[in-house]
Design a protein around this ligand. Sequence first.
Ligand code: 13P
Length: 288
Amino acid sequence: MTLVPVTEMLQKAKKNKYAVPQFNIINMEFTQAIVEVANEENYPVILGVGEPTIQYMGMDYIISIVNAATKNSLVPIALHLDHGSSFEVVMKCIRAGFSSVMIDGSSLSLEENIILTKKVVEAAHSVGVSVEAELGTIGGTEDDITVKEEDVILPNAEEAIEFWKQTRVDALAVAVGTAHGMYKKKPNIQFDVISEVAQAVPVPLVLHGGSGVPDDDITRAISLGVSKINVNTENQVAFTEAVRAVLSTQSEISDSRIFLRTGRAAVKVMARSKIQLFGANYKVLHHH
Ligand code: 13P
């Protein structure tokens, strides 16, 4: 199956109150693990790629590995730029074959964010690529960017609704109190904002910083209109802990495939648990 934009898979998810995971990929093993689990669970997934990963893997490797992993997929899979920082990087990804992009203008003023996002929407939609945009700031650390708790800006519902009306993005990430990375204390999620915005705009909402959010908060966010949830750190931790356990107990190992295989299996276990949590309502619809 060819890569698809996120529009339709997320519309279905919003309507039927389940969420599609965005799992970030950083190498071949993550890509294989996630696409395999998606097919085993008969569940759509979004492969997220951030700019540091474009630097790490190289664009040609990303496209080739994702195409190899997805060409026989029986479930819809999107290849999505995570936190695109400029119009140029968005265009580079679209030209390379991404089916979806995020433009992150959240560090700009609201007006500038709207202008940049509109420009991306116009270019992406003309070639059938979906667009996610972000409003407000997600706390925590992602790659080399850290946002301190006191610098987190949570927009109100009116701003988010106005932002959507002006930009018409396909998926809207509104900062509601989650953070990238694991949490030191339980996140205080603004469920009232999720609910108000989700009812006022016809597109799905995106929850960034999905790692470490308690299951009941996830379920509640989905019931209120969140239809895409991004998870990266928990997969990274699963992979690394599994590899560390192998290397620290079997110090004689030199064949890297032994620990890479173990890491890959650990990502599958984690990704499967997220799909099962996000997709409680999907099972009811799709299971025979
Ligand atoms: P976590 O690393 O907290 O799961 O967040 C992932 C994310 O939001 C990617 O954009």
